[in-house]
Design a protein around this ligand. Sequence first.
Ligand code: NAP
Length: 311
Amino acid sequence: MEENKNSYDVLIIGGGPAGLTAGLYAARARLHCVLLERMMMGGQIATTDMVENYPGFPEGIAGSQIGPLFESQAKRFGLEVRQFQEGAKIERQDDGFTVVCGNGDQLFSKSIIVATGSSWNPLGIPGEERLRGAGVSYCATCDGAFFRDQELAVIGGGNSAVEEAVFLTRFASKVYIIHRRDQLRAEKVVQEKAFANPKIEMVWSHVPIEIVGENQVEGVKVKSVKSGEERLLPVAGVFIYVGMKADSGIVSHLLETDERGYIKAGEDTLTTCPGIFAAGDVRTKPLRQVATAVADGATAAAMAEKYLENL
Ligand code: NAP
């Protein structure tokens, strides 16, 4: 085991459920390990209001509570956590990997677990970038309370869009869900909540084409995919949930990713680069959930341990 302060057996990138579980297992295996996080612990889940499908919490658990709970459990077994700034760089060496953090810290590790997750896709329509932070948002838990008694639009038909639309009805007087098809992608139990909510109006088979407003969102222009007819919905905020893209940029020069940037790795978390393991939302997988992320974290730590034994 390495004892040098900046030299590790396992370096984990990302403090979401996958990374923190990898940290818990690696620390319990008494590997010399460090977890690097660039923002707050918990990852994407920290911006989710309630998590209702992670077993062990029959009443659900606030998304913001999961990260700190996972972190304190891992730290109890000695996991070291460091902040790293944007711009970190990883290079392969003969005996491992060097990591230069955005703040200039230089680290070395024999193996790496990438658990960097994914982030929201932009829509790419006029007004979106210009009015970002001025009514255009990708985080209902962060920004929802600014829109008390106002009308809002949510774009998308997946779990994120529909769950966050329901959450936004706590503040808004009305929430339009604008979806490009006439059927939602979200799980049935999530759909039922939306359909039962009198503040939600479905705008089926429409796509947003422009977000309008001078200095603040004043509305969203939508177009029917069936008739081509356009209309303006006068809303004060637009929340965009049109899927995710992988945050794999930090290692994409070292291994193979698919066309959307997800790291090619199976259930064993092995990537095309020996010594690098991919866990959680950042890897190619059929279901992205806290439950599958923690499973990946445990597997990645076990695989890293095996890899180190064979070095
Ligand atoms: P998602 O499942 O990929 O859904 C994206 C939605 O956006 C789809 O309805 C899609 O329409 C629509 N869309 C995509 N591009 C669009 C465009 N250019 N214009 C208009 N609409 C567009 O993404 P997500 O809801 O963010 O979920 C991501 C992952 O996290 C999923 O695996 C999801 O199950 C998981 N998640 C789970 C929970 C939970 O379990 N409670 C909560 C949140 C997220 P189409 O349906 O027509 O493709």
